[in-house]
Design a protein around this ligand. Sequence first.
Ligand SMILES: [Zn+2]
Ligand SMILES: [Zn+2]
Length: 373
Amino acid sequence: MRAVVYRGVNDLRLEIVPVPRIGVNELLVKVAVCGVCPTDIKKIQHGLVPPPRIFGHETAGTIVKIGASGYKTQNSKFKIQNLKVGDRVALHHHVPCLDCHSCRHRAFAQCETYKRTGITAGFEPAGGGYAEFVRVMPFVLPGVVKIPAKNSFAEGAMLEPVNTVLKAVRRLNLLPGDAVLVAGQGPIGLMFTRILQLQGIRVLATDLLESRLKLAKKFGAKWTVRAGSARCADRTPQRGVPTNLDAAIIAVPSDDAVSEALQLVRGAGQVLLFAHTKRTAKSKVQSPKSKLPQRTVFSLDLASICLDEKDLIGSYSSDFTLQTEVARLVFSRRLDVRQLITHTFPLEQTAAAVTLAVRPTKDSLKILVRSDT
Ligand SMILES: [Zn+2]
Ligand SMILES: [Zn+2]
């Protein structure tokens, strides 16, 4: 079969690899589409994991083979749908054990079982969605969701990113009528805007791109402001934009946005980091010739945490227990993800899809790769 293999930093190659073999309780899924996700891009761009691997974890496709039966009796604590050959499904590459110390604290993304990747198209399991077929291992079967006939594979592929967004929203203590800043209106920021609006939250959306601010309005933002101009110091009150926010979600990897948000939220408000997924290099001293980005030191007045009781929190990855709610939200189109998908590339152009995702244009949002063309 054809697959796009990661062979090193920024090196993705279309290769012919064997169709994965499946064992007892496993599925073979013919991939239809797979989303291009920033967490994979980061690994490809910075070589964070050793090659070779086949990435792609926002996968939807059709079950073409089921390994020797018995899967229904596995993982009895999970409700597994009755799956059969021909079912159109959305896959989830991480599923927590629900038993360990982390899981009991609902910190699913920190669970050791969760960190294992249960979907592969070959090599070290890495999602495998940029290939024609994937093997789905038994421990992630509880994450398989059937796609209703009226919905597309593309909608199915969006369940994973939507889940990460809903999980983050659940980390906030919000009441209907609250005012929340969503910094960054890329596909993830727009999902935040819509999900918050559905919960009766008034959203202040910011972005550098005018086209994205227009879309933010469509997705339910009450106010839109060009990024940077929301700074409290130099802002003249405009159109009733609140100066005292209940929370802020930082959906861009910008340290300035965090400083600004910490000033904009009220006492006991929350600032949630969603896009700060790249760790700072260990060494503090960098030669001026270093190709690594120069790190600035983030300064934080700790009295804003202690005295003002502001919370600085993070959220990473998904919450498996929200999957049913996420499926309802997407498949009912209350959150219409179709409007977020602007580009679909054939499998052989995966590298171009990644390049576009790295440098979005004014009309690019979510990008998918199609394997079934
Ligand atoms: Zn993702
Ligand atoms: Zn666990």
